[in-house]
Design a protein around this ligand. Structure first.
Ligand SMILES: [Cu+2]
Length: 196
């Protein structure tokens, strides 16, 4: 009888130990899953870069490239342009990634998903999400535009931030930051769709 009891206790201990082992394994597996999830999150947060060639419009000779890089919640735009007239020009994001028309007007008006007045970027009274502003081309007609903002994203779910499906337009003239709705910046001399 005693022997049986001892065996029974021994069996209980083994099964209890076994349960603990299973639990430990389950915990380890759960930890691994968490780690894998964190790694996936990191991958999603990785830097995104998209580059486009600018197309000449309105019989201009403007060409160049524009690159958007998203990193850590901020989008950096860098445009390298050539073939411009010397002096100041406007650059905006317009609402449609359609550069099919000769005058670039197929891109529509300024991208303005938050229904604000046209103004200088950062103005207290509001501004378009496409109101990048003016830049200066040198005597050779070359220009570099650098712009960075946390108010854009590349392909996120927020329509007030997502620049994909919009267009970059370079104008012959200067944005006066006051004329509605476009700043009276004149002809559209270069265009690209922002298509991921
Ligand atoms: Cu414009």
């Amino acid at each position: 009888m005693k022997k049986i009891k001892i065996i029974a206790v021994a069996m209980l201990m083994v099964s209890a130990f076994g349960c603990k082992e299973v639990k430990k394994n389950a915990e380890a597996a759960a930890d691994e899953m968490e780690e894998a999830k964190d790694e996936m999150k990191e991958e999603v947060m990785e830097t995104k870069t998209i580059t486009f060639d600018m197309e000449a419009k309105s019989d201009s000779n403007v060409s160049g490239q524009v690159t958007f890089t998203e990193d850590n919640g901020s989008v950096v735009m860098k445009a390298m342009l050539t073939g411009l007239s010397e002096g100041e020009h406007a650059i905006h994001i317009h609402e449609k990634a359609d550069c099919s028309s000769a005058d670039g007007k197929s891109t529509g008006g300024h991208w303005n998903p938050t229904f604000q007045p046209h103004a200088k970027w950062g103005a207290d009274g509001g501004y378009h999400k496409g109101d990048i502003g003016n830049f200066v081309a040198d005597a050779s007609g070359n220009a570099t535009v650098d712009f960075a903002t946390g108010e854009w994203c590349i392909g996120c779910d927020d329509d007030t931030k997502n620049i994909v499906g919009k267009a970059v337009i370079v104008h012959q003239g200067v944005d006066d930051y006051t004329s509605q709705p476009s700043g009276a910046a004149g002809a559209r001399v270069a265009c690209t769709g922002i298509i991921q």
